[in-house]
Design a protein around this ligand. Sequence first.
Ligand SMILES: Cc1cc2nc3c(=O)[nH]c(=O)nc-3n(C[C@H](O)[C@H](O)[C@H](O)COP(=O)(O)OP(=O)(O)OC[C@H]3O[C@@H](n4cnc5c(N)ncnc54)[C@H](O)[C@@H]3O)c2cc1C
Length: 479
Amino acid sequence: MLKTDVLIIGAGASGCAIARELSKYQLDVMVADKNEDVGGDASKSNSAIIHTGYDASPGTLESQLVVAANPMYDKLSEDLEIPFERVGAILPAITDEQFEKLPSIKEKAFKNRVYDVEYKTAEQLLKMEPNLNPEVKGGLYIPRESIIDPFLLVVALAENAQENGVSFLLSTKVTGLKIEGDRIAGAETTAGPIEAKYVINAAGLYCDEIAHMAGKDDYYVNPRKGQFYILDKNTSCKVEHIVLPIPTKLTKGKLMCPTIHGNMLVGPTAEDLTDKVDKSTTREGLDSIETDVRKLIPKVNLRDSITQYCGLRPNRNPEGLHVDTYDDVKNYVNLSGIRSTGLTGSVALGKYVAQTLIDIGMKAPFKTNFIEKRKNIPCFHKLSRNDQNLLIKQNPLYGKVICRCETITEGEIVEAIHRPIPARSVDAVKRRLRAGMGRCQGGFCGPRVIDILARELNIPVTEVNKNNKGSYMIAGKVR
Ligand SMILES: Cc1cc2nc3c(=O)[nH]c(=O)nc-3n(C[C@H](O)[C@H](O)[C@H](O)COP(=O)(O)OP(=O)(O)OC[C@H]3O[C@@H](n4cnc5c(N)ncnc54)[C@H](O)[C@@H]3O)c2cc1C
């Protein structure tokens, strides 16, 4: 039977950030996830913004985590080689009513200790963002709102955690928790039982189901769907900042911003559902994005959309971000309500959960040999001509471009497949490298990526998965 000091359920941003933090201590740590890859569910379908927490509810744990996390990203992104940029956000007031709300938003930012929010005049905003609605009355500038590659953030946290000794059990669903007296003795999983001294529930949308296994039924999760458009890099109407609407009680609203790789992101919606697997985009949802975002950026060209996607926020009822411990289940930490700022907050959450475990009695001597840096796969198209030639000399596969939209080489794909946390599916390759994320959305490179996966994993092409087990893309030969 597998044994560990700490079992983390879920390899999304939360689980992987906790794993990395715990890998700084002399502990055996295991992360189990039902998916075939690290990266989570919500963690791979969000707005990819590293928030400042200016608009969080003051005094809440969510505000505390987001405000603490934001400044950590400069060093973290350097240490783990994650694309990250402090582009800043603007919050334009288009109507007089919105203009009147600005002081209360600034006051809230102040209460959250986000002191660097500044008023901007209409003239200043139009200079910063020429495509902004010319009727803008003025607004706020939030300089530390930033953008990141959300896929690489989670992969990098996981890879670094693994290099520091954490084990990842993928395609491993937790199906039950074994309770003995006032403790959890371990978990039943699809890969067999795991004995654990401490168990952390970081299961996102499904955290209520894991909580139920631990005998806790004080909340439930309902998904809040967010739909998005991704626009081509060459779209006619772009923005350089995160352009945010004045938030409402329900949502931060629909925004437009650049992605870290130069596309434009437009959305999301906020639709309450009961179905945890409904990841469809809908005409109504997409139309509502168009209507709302045009109020901010009238010339946004949604015809330049290269894809649409949807993410499900794990919305907690009753609301609020919780990190709970219990007197009657002493070695269990339950995370819930990690909803719309969880990507940002993850790195502070990792530290918070590590301290929580120590507070409930976990012995955790510090490691002296923690490796804090991680090397990313060389990004061929960003290298100088000289370095590209050197790389091709070392490995000729770097001279073979597979994804022409994003200029991704066979060398990069092969390296991703053989990393310690391997990319074993078409989507896993795509999330690490962007092969298939460009204008043709994998139309050209898709079959070639399947061939490379089949060759490197030594399996027939018919067994290459899109993502999870059984999601085959090729049925057989047609000629
Ligand atoms: C539309 C949208 C926009 C957002 N925008 C932003 C943003 O701009 N900035 C920001 O900071 N945050 C944003 N968020 C929020 C952020 O994405 C989430 O809060 C965060 O990703 C949650 O991470 P997680 O690891 O807790 O959950 P998840 O990423 O959902 O991971 C949970 C993991 O648990 C696993 N799991 C579940 N059940 C089991 C089981 N029984 N056994 C094993 N594994 C299991 C799942 O497979 C999954 O991998 C947004 C979210 C959405 C949906």
